[in-house]
Write a protein that binds this ligand. Structure first.
Ligand SMILES: *[C@@H]1O[C@H](CO)[C@@H](O)[C@H](O)[C@H]1NC(C)=O
Ligand SMILES: *[C@@H]1O[C@H](CO)[C@@H](O)[C@H](O)[C@H]1NC(C)=O
Ligand SMILES: *[C@@H]1O[C@H](CO)[C@@H](O)[C@H](O)[C@H]1NC(C)=O
Ligand SMILES: *[C@@H]1O[C@H](CO)[C@@H](O)[C@H](O)[C@H]1NC(C)=O
Ligand SMILES: *[C@@H]1O[C@H](CO)[C@@H](O)[C@H](O)[C@H]1NC(C)=O
Ligand SMILES: *[C@@H]1O[C@H](CO)[C@@H](O)[C@H](O)[C@H]1NC(C)=O
Ligand SMILES: *[C@@H]1O[C@H](CO)[C@@H](O)[C@H](O)[C@H]1NC(C)=O
Ligand SMILES: *[C@@H]1O[C@H](CO)[C@@H](O)[C@H](O)[C@H]1NC(C)=O
Ligand SMILES: *[C@@H]1O[C@H](CO)[C@@H](O)[C@H](O)[C@H]1NC(C)=O
Ligand SMILES: *[C@@H]1O[C@H](CO)[C@@H](O)[C@H](O)[C@H]1NC(C)=O
Ligand SMILES: *[C@@H]1O[C@H](CO)[C@@H](O)[C@H](O)[C@H]1NC(C)=O
Ligand SMILES: *[C@@H]1O[C@H](CO)[C@@H](O)[C@H](O)[C@H]1NC(C)=O
Length: 448
């Protein structure tokens, strides 16, 4: 702000017209920007160097060769991004801003907003001036969403919205047709189905729409070259379409915590690039398809908390990269086909919560606490399986016990009163009986 005062007091010479105009443009927002910039005394550096006949002798930081487009600079200030330092200088804090190298003005190609203040507001004008962005991300920015300008929607390659923007619409997201990466997580998306969002994104490689309150079916025509799919934590229903197995570049598939039914497609093993798969916490039934044995690089398999049945296939033991196997809380039966060597190789191994599954106690020790019973000689569980231990649950971590506190407290207090009272009463009765007996004996002796 000290700078703006000194500059406006300069004699208005013609060559100064451009920088002055620039500064005037900035003036309405500098005060606002100063409130979020810790060191407001730092001179705003961007303005002078871009001018053809710059008064460079007066600039405090001549090291900057090119600066941000003033319209975009204003847009950043309206988004509370500190601009005291040139946003195009690298590295910017948390890589919040990245610019191209065009001249005379540079343009933003990447903007990452995180932990925004709650009184921040997006303006259509600001967003429109940012239509050079290829990557835009919001993390923990609970600002009120607005319609995205079409220019911006078309220029974006990557869009991320995590716990931000309060809510999104499927129709709005569908305009982002040039995206290769879409991440929407912990934001409700109002849409009649995933196909509305994804139908026109032909370049998409990676998509996450998780914890977004999306219902409906998984689209049958996922006709893109996807490598990552995460639709976890929604209300998706129906079967996993067998057409999903056409995605031969797919490396990770996460459909956990939905309401999917039916079997795992029998040709699931066609997903030959798959490394991580989570189908946990759905209502899937039937057996694990044998075709899965053909997937060479599986590292993470979570099929927990479904109604899968049949025997557990031996082929998991042959998978060299497997590190995580959770088959807990299903309806598998028969003898667990694994030995200790295999289990020790894994970071996570869970089979608890399968009441008809058992382990061969000549091969495996009960100390492993697998959460299943040992087998008899016919391969049936010997005793009722041990009480479900905590570690056998699925890993979705979605359970909330927030509501238990109060009732627990009061009831445990009541119980607490009963317990000690009975003990005290018993001890008192015992003691008084002994005293009574002694007195009685003494009296008896004196009388006798
Ligand atoms: C503000 O200035 C102080 C001391 O000059 C420095 O340590 C601090 O990192 C600066 N903060 C910002 C946000 O630039
Ligand atoms: C910033 O981006 C560079 C290059 O993409 C990367 O190497 C670096 O780790 C990033 N820094 C932060 C703090 O994210
Ligand atoms: C945002 O806040 C979280 C938690 O308060 C912190 O871990 C993270 O580093 C912050 N991110 C940025 C870019 O400031
Ligand atoms: C994005 O998509 C639109 C419409 O499909 C297309 O016209 C445009 O050339 C694409 N690329 C960019 C950078 O906007
Ligand atoms: C989730 O979707 C249902 C309808 O499908 C709607 O009634 C509800 O309000 C949505 N929840 C949130 C948090 O948006
Ligand atoms: C969701 O979209 C429908 C149709 O566009 C609209 O009628 C409804 O009000 C929206 N619901 C929410 C919670 O935004
Ligand atoms: C799909 O992606 C792979 C690897 O990224 C690439 O080699 C291939 O050309 C892409 N195919 C299409 C049709 O885009
Ligand atoms: C497994 O479940 C399927 C579908 O629920 C059922 O048809 C089949 O009979 C079951 N198989 C066994 C061995 O329990
Ligand atoms: C895949 O699973 C491995 C092993 O559990 C894990 O370390 C890795 O982060 C996962 N990758 C993705 C993309 O989920
Ligand atoms: C454990 O099982 C694997 C795969 O079935 C086998 O190769 C290995 O020899 C077994 N190890 C022991 C100690 O039995
Ligand atoms: C348990 O393992 C032993 C030794 O490998 C084998 O002889 C026995 O048949 C197995 N029991 C069951 C029920 O599979
Ligand atoms: C799938 O998503 C859930 C919840 O979003 C997460 O906890 C889990 O780690 C993910 N699994 C994989 C394989 O990425």
């Amino acid at each position: 702000m000290s700078l703006s005062v000194s500059l406006t007091s300069l004699p208005p010479k013609p060559p100064l017209f451009l920088p002055l105009l620039l500064l005037l443009l900035l003036l309405p927002t500098t005060a606002e920007a100063a409130t979020v910039t810790a060191n407001a005394t730092l001179p705003p550096s961007p303005s002078p160097t871009a001018s053809p006949t710059p008064p460079t002798t007066k600039t405090p930081s001549p090291s900057i060769h090119s600066t941000l487009d003033p319209k975009q600079l204003r847009a950043l200030q309206s988004l509370d991004i500190p601009t005291a330092k040139d946003p195009c200088s690298q590295p910017s804090p948390h890589n919040a801003t990245i610019c191209d190298s065009s001249s005379p003005f540079r343009h933003l190609v990447s903007l990452h907003l995180s932990n925004c203040s709650s009184d921040l507001s997006l303006s259509y004008t600001a967003l429109k001036s940012l239509s050079t962005l290829q990557s835009l991300s919001f993390t923990n920015c609970p600002v009120t969403p607005i319609r995205f300008p079409l220019d911006l929607a078309l220029s974006l390659r990557s869009f991320t919205c995590i716990h931000s923007l309060k809510h999104l619409t499927g129709v709005g997201l569908a305009h982002f047709v040039n995206l290769t990466d879409l991440t929407v997580s912990n934001v409700p998306v109002n849409t009649s189905g995933l196909y509305v969002v994804l139908g026109n994104m032909h370049k998409l490689r990676s998509v996450t729409i998780s914890n977004a309150n999306v219902t409906g079916y998984i689209p049958k025509h996922l006709l893109f070259n996807l490598t990552h799919i995460d639709f976890s934590g929604n209300g998706l229903k129906g079967r996993i379409p067998s057409s999903i197995t056409l995605l031969e570049n797919l490396e990770s598939l996460n459909l956990s915590s939905n309401a999917l039914t039916g079997g795992i497609p029998s040709n699931f093993g066609d997903l030959i690039s798959l490394k991580n798969v989570s189908l946990g916490s759905n209502s899937l039934s039937g057996a694990i398809p044998d075709s899965i044995s053909a997937i060479p690089d599986l590292a993470h398999v979570d099929l927990s908390s479904n109604q899968l049945n049949g025997t557990i296939p031996k082929f998991f033991a042959e998978m060299k990269n497997l590190r995580y196997l959770n088959l807990g809380n299903n309806e598998f039966h028969g003898v667990l086909p694994f030995n200790l060597t295999f289990m020790k190789r894994l970071a996570v191994f869970k089979v608890g919560g399968n009441s008809n599954l058992c382990y061969n106690h000549t091969i495996l020790s009960s100390k492993l606490k697998l959460g299943i019973a040992p087998c008899d000689k016919h391969g049936l569980p010997l005793s009722p399986p041990p009480a479900k231990d905590d570690s056998s649950g699925d890993d979705s971590g979605s359970d909330s016990s927030d509501y238990d506190d109060e009732s627990d407290d009061s009831s445990s207090k009541k119980e607490g009163h009963h317990g000690p009272n009975k003990v005290v009463l018993g001890v008192a009765i015992a003691l008084s009986s002994i005293v009574f007996l002694i007195v009685f004996l003494i009296l008896l002796k004196r009388c006798g």
